[in-house]
Design a protein around this ligand. Structure first.
Ligand SMILES: O=C(O)CCCC[C@@H]1SC[C@@H]2NC(=O)N[C@@H]21
Length: 261
């Protein structure tokens, strides 16, 4: 085969992303940027990424700090009108599974999903997600899926929650742009899951990928520490644990902490 034909073939095989990606040097927060963003009519998905955030937000009242130009800080705007509010955890599972798919290709087996949607490598946090939704008539009008993924940072502040970066795991710097392309392609490819609203299949993939998905581990709620095993994550996103006495305990996010293994 001629070289040009080989190149053409390779190019045809390479999926090309159709999603608009807005690239910024610095912004307060990529989630905040998308909150006032007006998409074109034929723009099902928009991504905004920044090299630096001056007020990056984490879960609850946490800040998300990230060294300039080292990591991936991006938010994906989706309009999943198909999804009723009651089952909006589907979005959380979809996003986390997209990230896991790509990161597993980089790192291998040890990538898991820590309820509700952190990405862990072994027992260290590789990525965190902040989801914000705008509702209309009991359905989801807009969903902003904001991701902070540690890529090339190697020194973290001491109060960061057990962080790790891809560079630390793999021992080499990672091309952030190529990684972002792969993640966006996974979001595009897997959007079919949302369209088909195949809750059972997504939920089963999510459960298979859960950190501490099997066996008893230490947890901590407002009454203290206890050993529990994950029974399931409900469709509404609540975590159900069974303790050593067989008691079933149900938690919303922030009501439970992971104790030491
Ligand atoms: O606390 C967490 O684990 C969630 C962290 C989410 C951080 C990302 S960085 C990009 C996007 N913009 C923000 O302000 N936050 C999210």
């Amino acid at each position: 085969m001629k070289i040009i034909d080989k190149l053409k073939k390779a190019f045809e095989k390479q999926p090309v992303s159709t999603t608009k990606i807005v690239r910024l040097d610095s912004v307060e927060s990529t989630n905040g940027y998308l909150r006032t963003y007006k998409p074109e009519e034929n723009e099902p998905m928009t991504v905004v990424m920044a090299d630096y955030q001056t007020a990056g937000r984490g879960q609850g009242t946490n800040k998300w700090e990230s060294e300039a130009g080292k990591n991936l800080l991006f938010s994906v705007l989706l309009h999943p009108y198909e999804i009723p509010v009651a089952t909006q955890f589907l979005l959380s599972m979809y996003g986390a599974l997209c990230l896991r798919d790509v990161l597993t290709k980089y790192v291998g087996e040890d990538i898991t999903l820590k309820w509700p949607n952190d990405i862990y490598w072994k027992n260290k946090k590789l990525s965190g997600t902040l989801i914000e939704t705008k509702l209309s008539g009991g359905r989801i009008k807009d969903c902003i899926f904001g991701v902070g993924l540690n890529v090339n940072q190697t020194v973290f502040k001491s109060d960061a929650p057990n962080p790790v970066s891809l560079c630390q795991i793999l021992g080499k710097e990672i091309d952030r742009e190529a990684l972002l392309q792969k993640i966006v392609q996974a979001f595009e490819r897997n959007y079919e899951w949302i369209r088909s609203a195949n809750y059972g299949a997504i939920s089963s993939m999510y459960h298979d990928a859960l950190y501490r998905g099997k066996g008893f581990y230490w947890y901590e709620d407002k009454d203290g520490a206890f050993e529990g095993a994950i029974v399931e994550v409900e469709d509404n996103g609540h975590l159900i644990l069974r303790d050593r006495e067989g008691r079933i305990r149900t938690y919303e996010f922030k009501e439970i902490k992971y104790g030491k293994i």
